[in-house]
Design a protein around this ligand. Sequence first.
Ligand SMILES: Cc1cc2nc3c(=O)[nH]c(=O)nc-3n(C[C@H](O)[C@H](O)[C@H](O)COP(=O)(O)OP(=O)(O)OC[C@H]3O[C@@H](n4cnc5c(N)ncnc54)[C@H](O)[C@@H]3O)c2cc1C
Length: 271
Amino acid sequence: MQTYRLTRDIQVEEDFDVLVAGGGPAGSAAAICAARLGAKVLLAEATGCLGGMGTSGLVSTFGPVSDGKRMLVGGFMRELVLSMHQRGSLGPHVVPEFLHSQLNRWVPFRPEELKRLLDEMAQDAGVEVRFFTRVIDAEAKDKRVEGAIISNVEGYRFIRAKTFIDATGDAALADLAGAECRVILRDIEAVAPSTLCSLFAGMNWGDPAYGDAISMRPTRSKGRLRDYRRSRRARLCNSNSRSSPRTATRNRQSQLAARWEGTALNPSHLS
Ligand SMILES: Cc1cc2nc3c(=O)[nH]c(=O)nc-3n(C[C@H](O)[C@H](O)[C@H](O)COP(=O)(O)OP(=O)(O)OC[C@H]3O[C@@H](n4cnc5c(N)ncnc54)[C@H](O)[C@@H]3O)c2cc1C
């Protein structure tokens, strides 16, 4: 394989106490909590919103956070769930009693409202968020990260900070800084199996076939919903996983095609 040595003089920014790479649930919590404690925080997020898999990945349910009697989480997560509830951003069955006792079940939320809430919390805390900004490299010496290179439409920047937090979901910054990591397709072949997350609107909630539609089980009636879990497309790997860009692009295209077919439901499901 031919290689090319990249040498560039790039602008340095060194005003930050903390650089957080990735603004998913982990990175948002880390950045907001650090800023509330007085740290000057830069949060670099590759996409155009906070929330990671919970928003841009449409994984729009909070996992169980209760033992069936009381809520077991505190801190940022508790604040987030309670704020989402106050805003009416959780599922319609999440009444106050359910909220405090029954959160040992999966609780659906509206991803667009989580994006907005995280934006507000980050702004209120004074986090400097940069969307469409990817951490692409790092400098480390004696097992200590000295700086990270970010890339966005302004070009490359070298960010110096006292602390670096890898919240990329892929350990991307840790890997770039030389920590021991096993990377899909480089060190291991197995890729996570696919889950196709989609949102459907305009459903006819009174249609008895709705239960089948939401669980994606094959319906008994001919010509209704297809079982995407069994289709070839649904088994392709998740496009957010760290596969090669070519594979990820092909998977993304197939998933979007499958999603499009999924909307071609029998019209009786639509109100
Ligand atoms: C298919 C699937 C279904 C799931 N279902 C559920 C569920 O129902 N309920 C539940 O609670 N959990 C669920 N999970 C788990 C949950 O999504 C994860 O635990 C959670 O998203 C992890 O958060 P995170 O912040 O660590 O990473 P992520 O959510 O992956 O966020 C990482 C963020 O970093 C950004 N990023 C990545 N690389 C870079 C880079 N180099 N520079 C800058 N930014 C970068 C990404 O754009 C992303 O915004 C599911 C996960 C998957 C994959």
